[in-house]
Design a protein around this ligand. Structure first.
Ligand code: NAD
Ligand code: LMR
Length: 334
């Protein structure tokens, strides 16, 4: 093996992590010539007597896969140990919402987690660390973690809108009777919440504007957009639990996209710490269209236009993120 990569995952005994860890260890994400060291964090036995036991069971399963690419598994309840020297960090550990809740209802319960983890990351992570926040509400949790871990450059912190991106691609593919790979240039603007704007106006199907292939504008505005916005809730209503393997898949797609240059005729959705692109206030974690260079870096696709419908939706998602920022202001160091 030519390389070793340390990957920290929090909430490692939870259902999203359970769907992700074997894939992370297997070579699928970092390739067949990279050894992976998994650094897995759960909450202490004093808080939940079962979590560390469950994590130890997950570690046993990982051992039993005998992946040639898996070098070591560390399990811990200490964020400083979990993040020590980590090159990639997936912050999944946080309570999920249940039926009848919005993701922002989790802010008070989950926001605090990201104060300590932001600080621990700044203290211990590798100098090249890349961090993805999955735990909800992920944009604002990312904002909290970034503001508490500011020794790590802003561009290393991202939150996950890739699940929404994949949902939107799939919905357009089903409607137009094409395969998923024919849908490109999808953007999830703004928040991973029911105000997100899945932008069908800039998307393409077989290289043509999606609005030329799907000419039923009413369906796009009144079925497609709300379906994407409320998909997480629809899954909770059916399963009684929030999405798990599709979420883990979205997180791995996000990391894989950072490790592979985006094709010239496409882009991906990521929520990033805004540098003011498209007029978003600096520092807010906002979902954008992104291009990647394959070395862990992204740039925002500039110059996309929105029509009046899209602009209205875009303003709503920005407004919600500003409200969420206000709700956690005591967690943000001045
Ligand atoms: P889960 O309850 O199955 O697992 C969460 C795990 O996190 C638990 O094992 C818990 O003990 C652990 N945990 C809690 N606080 C922790 C902390 N401070 N440090 C380390 N571990 C901690 O939940 P899940 O279904 O795996 O979902 C995890 C999170 O991901 C939720 O917040 C959920 O809403 C979110 N999620 C986000 C997306 C997205 O698209 N961004 C998609 C799906 C799920
Ligand atoms: C999702 O979109 O499936 C997740 O964010 C879980 C949720 O609460 O909807």
């Amino acid at each position: 093996m030519s390389k070793v990569v340390r990957v920290a995952v929090t909430g490692a005994a939870g259902q999203v992590s359970y769907s992700m860890l074997a894939r992370l260890a297997s070579g699928e994400v970092f390739g067949p010539n990279t050894h992976v060291i998994l650094q897995l964090l759960e909450i202490p036995r004093s808080v939940n007597p079962k979590a560390m036991d469950a994590l130890e069971g997950v570690a046993m399963e990982l051992e039993d896969c005998a992946f040639p690419t898996l070098k070591e598994i560390k399990v811990t309840d200490d964020p400083l140990q979990a993040f020590d020297g980590a090159n990639w960090v997936l912050l999944v550990g946080a309570a999920p919402r249940g039926p009848g809740m919005e993701r922002k209802d989790l802010l008070t319960k989950n926001g605090q987690i990201f104060v300590g983890q932001g600080k621990a990351l700044a203290a211990r992570a590798a100098s090249d660390v890349r961090i993805l926040i999955v735990g909800n509400p992920c944009n604002t949790n990312c904002l909290v973690a970034y503001h508490n871990g500011k020794d790590i450059p802003a561009e290393r912190w991202t939150a996950m809108t890739r699940l929404d991106h994949n949902r939107a691609v799939s919905a357009l593919a089903v409607k137009s009777g094409v395969t998923n790979d024919a849908v490109t240039c999808m953007t999830i603007w703004g928040n991973h919440s029911n105000t997100q704007y899945p932008d069908f106006t800039n998307a393409k199907i077989n290289g043509k504007p999606a609005t030329e292939v799907i000419t039923d504008r009413k369906w796009l505005e009144t079925s497609f957009v709300p379906q994407c916005q409320e998909r997480g809730k629809a899954i909770i209503n059916k399963r009684g639990l929030s999405s798990a393997f599709s979420a883990g898949n979205g997180a791995l797609d996000h990391v894989k996209s950072l490790l592979k240059p985006t094709p010239a005729n496409d882009w991906v959705s990521m929520a990033t710490v805004s540098k003011g692109e498209y007029g978003v206030p600096k520092g807010l974690v906002f979902g954008y269209p992104c291009k990647t260079d394959g070395a862990g870096n992204y740039s925002i696709v500039e110059g996309l236009q929105l029509d009046a419908f899209g602009k209205t939706k875009w303003d709503l998602t920005l407004k919600e993120l500003l409200e969420e920022q206000d709700a956690v202001k005591e967690l943000l160091p001045s």
